[in-house]
Design a protein around this ligand. Structure first.
Ligand SMILES: [Zn+2]
Length: 177
């Protein structure tokens, strides 16, 4: 696996597919150290530093060189995020990283391969995730990548910030039974 390539695409995409993450870092002026009452370009630089650190940490994580807990601690040290916020952000990033690695391996699978949206089905479901979880097709035969592209959730970014869902291959599920 090319962890660097995957890490960069995850962190880049986080800010476009999950705008809530950049809002998270931008909206509260105390959120990032050194950034109180600063100009927008400097804010971008600081966010750039956070992004670089996230990429470095993901690459390390891919090689087993860092734990989720240590990642959250490092993020907390360079920002004014609370422990809870840092944990949630790192958890989101790691889930995206995990989906991105699955997406990478899916590239080697036949184009008609099917996948189902897996994870909790509870009261905390956001509408986008609920729509896919409760789609009869998800339960019955799964979706192709082309069909997933039309769904309100993403193959790599799931339902967005703090999404607890992942994609699984229908074929491998059958193979296990
Ligand atoms: Zn979700």
């Amino acid at each position: 696996m090319n962890y660097k390539k995957i890490a960069i695409s995850v962190v880049k995409g986080l800010y476009t597919v999950c705008p809530s993450i950049s809002d998270y870092l931008k909206t509260d002026p105390d959120m990032i150290k050194k950034k109180i009452l600063i100009e927008e370009p400097e804010l971008s630089n600081t966010i750039q530093q956070v992004k670089s650190e996230l990429i470095q940490m993901l690459m390390l994580f891919g090689k087993g060189g860092i734990t989720e807990w240590e990642m959250a601690k490092r993020l907390k040290n360079m920002t004014n995020l609370s422990s809870g916020q840092a944990n949630m952000l790192i958890n989101t990033v790691l889930r995206c990283f995990s989906r991105a690695m699955f997406a990478e391996s899916a590239k080697d699978m036949p184009a008609d391969s099917r996948y189902y949206y897996d994870g909790p089905d509870d009261d905390l479901l956001r509408p986008e995730c609920a729509e896919v979880m409760h789609n009869p097709k998800n339960v019955a035969e799964g979706f192709t990548l082309a069909e997933i592209a039309d769904l309100p959730v993403d193959f790599v970014f799931g339902g967005g910030f703090n999404c607890r869902h992942s994609w699984a291959s229908v074929a491998s599920e059958e193979a296990r039974e």
